[in-house]
Design a protein around this ligand. Sequence first.
Ligand code: ZN
Length: 257
Amino acid sequence: MHKSLRHRFLPIFMALLFLIISGQPALAATTSTGSSPSTRTVTLNSGTKYSTPMYVIDSGKPGPVVLITGGVHGNESAGYLAAARMKETKISKGKLLVIPKANKVAVERGTRYISGEKDLNRAFPTKKGTTPSYKPARAIYQVVKDYEVDWVMDMHEGYDYASRSSSVGQSIIYYPSTKCTAMAKKILNKVNSGISTSYRKFESLRYPVSGSLARSTAQYLGTNSFIFETCSRDTLNTRINNQVLAATTLLRELNMK
Ligand SMILES: [Zn+2]
């Protein structure tokens, strides 16, 4: 290099070197796969009326990725209240993603879905390789892909007990896979161990309805997915406790708690 050129470029080179070195700790912190646990909030559909928070609880260690959703139906209060509790969960491995109010507007209105719009639990793909057109569904479906979710638990409620009606209250509705079938049995055993009245016991049903979050993610994205339904005839506290017990059983069985 010509001497005068070297003199001209040396300060620039030194400045760049300084920037690279001083920038490194920040860069390392954001890309770390180390062992510091963290919780952050990601806003889905930010800036629109559908905007809703997702809580990303990262153990900082490798392990299963679990998504818990509530409020897909806005009038099923135990679902979104139990999901809100789950965002306080501490985990020892993997990641826990929680979307307490999947359909925030419907939750605020106390309605199953937003009047004049789609039922969110019928808005997910019914064909492989397609993307939901309805924004609240599209954002959640994208989360399942982006975070490579392994397990989906969608919290819902029925108006009566499945054992004595056509409603789906007190049931786990799962999409069968070796893992998911075994997990459904474990969750049923756990929640039913605290219920003595036979018609109130949870039962297993399948399949999740076409167009539902559980059905589409399991069938087209390969996750282990299920819907957990409490019955709105029980007290709100009992329903929330049953939802939380099912969710914590899932996390314990996956050795995340
Ligand atoms: Zn529902």
